[in-house]
Design a protein around this ligand. Sequence first.
Ligand code: ZN
Length: 89
Amino acid sequence: MARTLDIYCKVCNSKAVVQRTEKIHSDFNKLYCYCRNPNCRHKFVMNLEFSHTTSSSLLTKDQILFSALENQFRQLSEDDKNRIRKMLD
Ligand SMILES: [Zn+2]
């Protein structure tokens, strides 16, 4: 089951919530958080950075495969390209 991001206050270890997100870059956001403990009320910023893909997006998978095939196709001789074109007809 999918989980949401849990953020904890480093002062009192209570759960915190994100008040707003500042997008610095497509792969980097600053999360402005505050502690939900009424006796603490610590406000702080967490950095959230994209690391790597573990499963390709269905939205880009075809594009990546097509691009890879296109690059391979360019390296073939005209004779080989024609052979492939005949196979696809
Ligand atoms: Zn706190």
